[in-house]
Design a protein around this ligand. Structure first.
Ligand SMILES: [Fe+2]
Ligand SMILES: [Fe+2]
Length: 326
C-alpha cells in the first residue's frame, strides 16, 4: 500500500490536471478581506427553476458554488495575535490539536484519491479543490502551533485508501458530524470571552470553509446516488449505512489509533465533549450547546442557494435528542 509522508502532498501528481487556485501576493487590506469572506458565505445560482439532484443543472450549480465561494486567504500572512499568559495556556491545553492536524492530513489524501477516480471533470476539480483546502487547513494549524509553542505529536505516514469511495464517504460524513458540533463550539468559544477576538477572527474562514465542504459533500452524495442504477444504488446505500455504523463505533471511543512511535492510544474522537468544557470554562449545558449548534448550522448555511441540499442527518438527530430531553 502506498503511504504519503506527513509533510508531502503533491495534489497535481494525484489528480492529473489539477492547478492550485490563484492567491493574491502580500497581505490583503481589510476591505479585500471582508469582501473575500462575504463571497465565501453567499452564493446563488443564476439558473432559474429547480436544481434536481442528479441533473446536469444541479451538477453545474454545485461545482460553480464551490469555485465561486473559494476564499483565497494565505496561511503565511495570517496574523497570530499576542496572547496573555492565561489565554496562551488555555490554547496550548486544548485537547484538539493533534487530532485536528491528523484529520486534515487524512482528509486531503482521501478527497484527492476519490477526486482522481471521478470521470466528471468539473466534479473532479471541485473535490480536488476541497482536498487542497484541507491541506491549507493543515498548514494553518501547523503555523498556529509554531506561533504559540503547541507541541504536536509526530504524524504517521498517511495511508493511500484501498477503497477511495469508502474513504471519501467516511471523511465526508465525519466532516458532517464534526463540523456541526464545531460550529456550536466555535460560537461558544467566541461568546465565552476566554479567547482573543483576533484569534477567533483568524479561524473564522476555516470554519466557514468546513461549511462549504459539507455543502459540497451533501450535494455530491445526492448527485451521485441519483445517477446510479438501482442495483448499484442498493450497494451504495449499504455502504453509507456501514459508514455511519463505523463512525458511531469510532465516536463512542472504541477506535484506537497508533501514533508515529507505535504506541497505541485511545483516539480523542470525542473532543466535542471534552472541547466544550475547555472552550467555555464548563459554563454551557449539553442542551444549550445542542441548541447553539443548530442555530449556528442554520446561520452558516443561510447564505447559500436554497435549492442546494444541506447535510440533514446531524440536525435531525440533535432535534430528536432535544425533543427527548424535554
Ligand atoms: Fe479541514
Ligand atoms: Fe473540510
Amino acid at each position: 500500500m502506498k503511504h504519503e509522508p506527513p509533510n508531502q502532498f503533491d495534489l497535481a501528481a494525484i489528480v492529473p490536471g489539477f492547478r492550485a487556485p490563484p492567491q493574491p501576493e502580500g497581505t490583503p487590506d481589510d476591505t479585500a478581506l471582508a469582501e473575500a469572506h462575504r463571497r465565501a458565505r453567499h452564493w446563488n445560482s443564476r439558473l432559474f427553476g429547480p436544481l434536481r439532484p442528479g441533473s446536469e443543472r444541479h451538477r453545474q450549480a454545485v461545482c460553480r458554488m464551490f469555485r465561486d465561494t473559494f476564499n483565497p486567504y494565505r496561511p503565511a500572512v495570517l496574523a497570530w495575535p499576542d496572547l496573555d499568559e492565561a489565554s496562551l495556556r488555555r490554547i496550548v491545553a486544548l485537547p484538539i490539536w493533534d487530532i485536528a492536524v491528523q484529520t486534515e492530513g487524512k482528509a486531503r489524501l482521501r478527497m484527492a484519491a476519490y477526486a482522481r477516480a471521478l470521470e466528471d471533470s468539473e466534479m473532479r476539480a471541485a473535490l480536488a479543490l476541497n482536498a487542497w483546502e484541507e491541506n491549507r487547513h493543515k498548514d494553518v494549524l501547523a503555523r498556529m502551533a509554531a506561533a504559540y509553542g503547541i507541541k504536536l505529536a509526530p504524524e504517521a505516514p498517511y495511508a493511500w485508501p484501498r477503497d477511495p469511495e469508502w474513504a471519501y464517504l467516511v471523511t465526508g460524513y465525519s466532516e458532517c458530524i464534526d463540523s456541526f458540533f464545531a460550529f456550536g463550539l466555535f460560537e461558544a468559544a467566541r461568546c465565552s470571552g476566554l479567547f482573543a477576538p483576533a484569534l477567533v477572527d483568524t479561524f473564522e474562514p476555516v470554519m466557514q470553509e468546513e461549511c462549504r465542504h459539507i455543502l459540497l459533500f451533501a450535494n455530491w452524495a445526492a448527485w451521485h446516488r441519483a445517477r446510479l442504477p438501482w442495483w448499484r444504488r442498493l450497494r451504495f446505500e449499504a455502504k453509507v449505512l456501514a459508514v455511519w455504523c463505523f463512525l458511531g463505533w469510532e465516536r463512542i471511543g472504541l477506535a484506537r489509533s497508533i501514533d508515529a512511535n507505535g504506541r497505541g492510544h485511545a483516539q480523542d474522537n470525542n473532543f466535542t465533549v471534552s472541547g466544550a468544557q475547555s472552550v467555555t470554562g464548563g459554563g454551557i449545558s449539553a442542551r444549550d450547546l445542542m441548541q447553539l449548534c443548530l442555530c449556528e448550522n442554520d446561520r452558516r448555511f443561510a447564505g447559500y442557494d436554497e435549492r442546494l441540499l444541506r447535510p440533514a442527518t446531524m440536525p435531525a438527530l440533535v432535534r430528536f435528542a432535544l425533543r427527548l430531553m424535554r
